[in-house]
Design a protein around this ligand. Structure first.
Ligand SMILES: [Fe+2]
Length: 262
């Protein structure tokens, strides 16, 4: 993809987001948070692409995927007032439909178009299916890491804000209770991802964010987790007890171990 092509995708996206503005402040906050998320995921994607020594064309492709990975979120919120796919619609598929309806990708080479649509579709599924070609796999891994890295930031900032200033849709409507699910904690201890359906409280949501670190594909992503201090910050937001501390220790040493291997 050349620089002009990427620039015109960015212009389309800016105009599209503008057209999704909402009059109620609380609604607009949810739109703004996804707009900023997209921007940060683009930055993460470019950093990963550079670290992986992708060429300029491929780096632009990675950025275009990041630009559109959550394009369905805006329409999802407009229609359903939620970011919870399980009670509304799969936002990745909604995004690919929207790109097609608006002919956004029509001027791109077919190969780029296919990779963008495939990567958007794969960005939010539980795990990447087997049998993908090498390039599809690379870009699917890249967007999944770039996205997770920024969701960690969004979640941390959500909890750092006063309740009145929060973009409510971020936390999927989970109750802020002192407890947490043993199932979700056990997943974290075993080095596994919990399913979203298992979440019962906001603490479970924080535990799931930590478990996502097991699913990061690239060493550079783990380095970014370390640089940004995400583990410590999230751990400080969880109940203080031995079992939580033990689980956090397991994730920390997992990340430390992978960074050592490089
Ligand atoms: Fe997404």
């Amino acid at each position: 993809m050349n620089a002009d092509a990427l620039q015109s995708l960015k212009t389309w996206f800016q105009n599209y987001v503008q057209s999704c503005s909402l009059p109620v402040q609380e609604d607009q906050r949810n739109i703004t948070i996804k707009h900023e998320h997209t921007h940060q995921v683009c930055l993460n994607a470019v950093r990963l692409a550079e670290d992986l020594r992708l060429d300029q064309q491929e780096t632009r492709l990675a950025e275009a995927i990041a630009l559109f990975h959550d394009v369905g979120r805006f329409s999802q919120y407009l229609q359903y007032k939620t970011f919870d796919d399980s009670i509304s619609v799969n936002h990745a598929l909604l995004g690919t439909k929207l790109l097609a309806e608006h002919n956004v990708l029509q001027d791109l080479p077919k190969h780029d178009r296919d990779i963008i649509l495939r990567s958007v579709t794969l960005h939010n599924i539980f795990s990447i299916p087997r049998g993908l070609d090498e390039k599809s796999l690379l870009f699917a891994r890249l967007i999944r890491d770039a996205d997770k890295l920024d969701i960690l930031r969004v979640v941390i900032e959500y909890f750092e804000q006063d309740e009145g200033d929060r973009a409510k849709a971020v936390a999927l409507g989970l109750p802020d209770l002192p407890g947490y699910s043993q199932t979700v904690l056990a997943c974290l201890v075993r080095g596994e991802l919990a399913r979203k359906e298992a979440l019962t409280t906001l603490n479970d949501f924080k535990l799931l964010q930590l478990a996502w670190l097991y699913d990061l594909n690239f060493t550079c992503s783990l380095r970014m987790v370390e640089e940004r201090g995400y583990i410590r910050t999230l751990a400080d937001m969880l109940p203080r007890n031995e079992e939580i501390a033990g689980a956090v220790e397991i994730v920390s040493s997992y990340v430390g171990g992978r960074l050592k291997i490089g």
